[in-house]
Design a protein around this ligand. Structure first.
Ligand code: ZNH
Length: 141
């Protein structure tokens, strides 16, 4: 459960994410595809190379959705209702993959926002991404 402190920490670091969704998303995806190559099976025939326009546009969508979740941090369920339907019914991504993306997002934030990425921010963002994953997996059955 996200505490008031978690919400505060996530909003604070997200002020530095806003406007950089594409770069952060593309790097997190690239690292995930690189380190956890089984995640590539959901993207057949897509160009997943480092500078591909697909990787950048998909990264922007994914981290853009997280920016939206931060804006609705008290009601992520409602904010992500359609996206949860889509992952459960259409995309059918194994929810075991959600922590893999979350891990790589944390890595990217740690590298690029190091001075802001304190232990407590790390923990709060980790909890936030778990909450998002839980919501995304909530419609599977
Ligand atoms: Zn996902 C899609 C978000 C995870 C896979 N996604 C998507 C989108 C978004 C997202 C926003 C778009 C939609 C539309 O367009 O309508 N995701 C997301 C988030 C997360 C995720 C937020 C967490 C955090 N996914 C994920 C994972 C995976 C995935 C992990 C695997 C691995 N997705 C996916 C796919 C798709 C998506 C396959 C589709 C793509 C295309 O079509 O291009």
């Amino acid at each position: 459960k996200l505490t008031a402190e978690d919400k505060h920490n996530v909003k604070a670091i997200w002020d530095h994410v806003k406007g950089h969704e594409e770069a952060i998303g593309a790097e997190a995806l690239y690292r995930m595809f690189c380190c956890m190559p089984t995640t590539r099976i959901y993207f057949p025939a897509k160009d997943l190379s480092e500078r591909s326009s697909y990787l950048h546009s998909h990264g922007k969508k994914v981290v853009g959705a997280l920016t939206n979740a931060v804006a609705h941090i008290d009601d992520i369920d409602t904010a992500f209702s359609k996206l949860s339907d889509k992952h459960a019914e259409e995309l059918m991504v194994d929810p075991a993959n959600f922590p893999k993306l979350a891990h790589n997002i944390l890595v990217v934030l740690g590298i690029h926002l190091k001075p802001h990425f304190t232990y407590s921010v790390h923990r709060s963002v980790d909890k936030f991404l778990s909450t998002v994953a839980y919501v995304l997996a909530s419609k599977y059955r």
